[in-house]
Design a protein around this ligand. Structure first.
Ligand SMILES: [Zn+2]
Length: 416
């Protein structure tokens, strides 16, 4: 089958109008959105999306996790569908594009196919994954995680929000418990368009990011125990300072990440000292080390080095130490064939592009375990995300969606 014509584009204005209309639902307090999962506003957003899918001639299916699957038929009833999608739920102080661009961009691809009278061999499915953000019900990427077999549905249903309401009860309350068994769908491929949520594409002046990998990560919570003592009257030689231990380990984490360049990062982002008083030497410090890299070998090495360094610092200062694993994702390698298709699409369309690694978790990272998957990234201003000030340009949104358009046509097979 021939490649799609280079002048074939989505309707950027219609895409932008839909993004702005969705952003009216669950507005934030500073120009962004608060459309958290399984709230009344989430239900309103779902209803609007469902109405748009119906108007575009698609049939809606919903699974028992509330994930929405809108299908545009293909010419071969036996061919597995090509999926596009992301999430419509937002952070409590979220932006208008995180997730939403991937869902409404996918819808725009179908609308553009309708406009051009394009038929494909494989059916096309536009998906809205439930609870990607994980703020209201931890963990993040919950429905795609159940779909990929990472969690059981019982576990998902039992997750509780801050008010003690359960995921299962809230899903039923907003009326989006579907009848499809989660994970029963088989996929020919899955494509997720998402804003970068980082500063690289904008800084490099590129229109599109071709995502080759997703970061693997470890979160290690370290507890150091020393002795609370007066900062004025305790001689230096007699101190057992947990705060000093934390500072040294923080420095070592930075050095370890630097020694594994390129692509490795590490920091202590969360830290507490006790009793946290200005004239008491901290007797206890609790902090979390976050290390990430797309390379499994480097990730294993960094974890071992951080653990070794932390024990050495504790021994040196006479501190008690406990290290607990509190989070872990394996690195993700997206499908090499699909990555090439995305790169070729950007090339054909004349968009500047670069290979990039996803620093954040996405639904695509879980789906990659059960189907060939790829991501396309759109730049965002100052790398700002999970923030109401999150911003992208209409041109960037259109460029990423054009690339998804060409990718899906290539993968789904245009029928002449
Ligand atoms: Zn997102």
């Amino acid at each position: 089958m021939a490649a799609p014509a280079a002048n074939l584009r989505i309707n950027g204005e219609r895409l932008w109008d839909s993004l702005m209309e969705m952003a009216q639902i669950g507005p934030g307090i500073a120009g962004g959105n608060n459309r958290q999962t399984l709230t009344d506003d989430d239900a309103k957003g779902r209803a609007l999306f469902a109405e748009w899918c119906k108007a575009a001639g698609m049939a809606m299916g919903v699974d028992t996790m509330g994930t929405m699957f809108a299908t545009r038929a293909g010419t071969d009833a036996d061919a597995l569908p090509v999926y596009m999608g992301s999430h419509l739920d937002t952070q409590p102080t979220g932006g208008k594009y995180d997730g939403v661009l991937g869902v409404l961009g996918a819808l725009e691809v179908v609308r553009s196919m309708n406009d051009a009278g394009i038929k494909t061999k494989h059916p096309i499915v536009v998906t809205n994954w439930t609870n990607e953000e994980g703020t209201r019900f931890a963990p993040a990427m919950l429905a795609s995680g159940v779909f990929a077999g990472m969690h059981s549905q019982d576990y998902a249903y039992s997750r509780k929000d801050a008010e003690g309401k359960s995921f299962g009860d809230e899903l039923a309350r907003i009326g989006w418990v579907g009848d499809e068994v989660v994970g029963a769908r088989k996929m020919h491929a899955m494509i997720e368009l998402h804003i970068e949520q980082g500063p690289i594409l904008e800084a490099e002046g590129r229109d599109v990011g071709v995502v080759t990998h997703g970061q693997g990560l470890w979160w290690l919570q370290i507890t150091l125990t020393g002795k609370d003592a007066h900062t004025g009257s305790t001689p230096m030689a007699m101190r057992v300072n947990a705060g000093l231990g934390m500072a040294r380990i923080t420095e070592r984490v930075h050095q370890i990440a630097m020694s594994h360049q390129p692509g490795a990062v590490g920091a202590v982002g969360h830290a507490n000292v006790y009793p946290n008083s200005r004239n008491v030497i901290p007797g206890k410090a609790v902090f979390t080390v976050d290390i990430r890299t797309p390379d499994q070998g480097k990730l294993d090495a960094m974890k071992a080095e951080v653990t070794r360094a932390a024990h050495a610092v504790a021994a040196e200062l006479g501190l008690g130490i406990e290290i607990e694993d509190v989070g872990h994702f394996d690195p993700v390698t997206f499908d090499a064939g699909l990555v090439s298709v995305v790169r070729e699409a950007a090339e054909r369309l004349g968009y500047s592009h670069m290979d990039i690694i996803s620093g954040a978790g996405h639904d695509a990272c879980w789906i990659n375990r059960v189907a060939p998957t790829v991501m396309i990234m759109c730049p965002c201003v100052d790398g700002l995300s999970h923030n109401e000030a999150e911003e992208i340009s209409p041109e960037w949104a259109a460029a990423g969606t054009d690339v998804m358009f060409h990718t899906v046509l290539d993968v789904a097979g245009v029928v002449a």
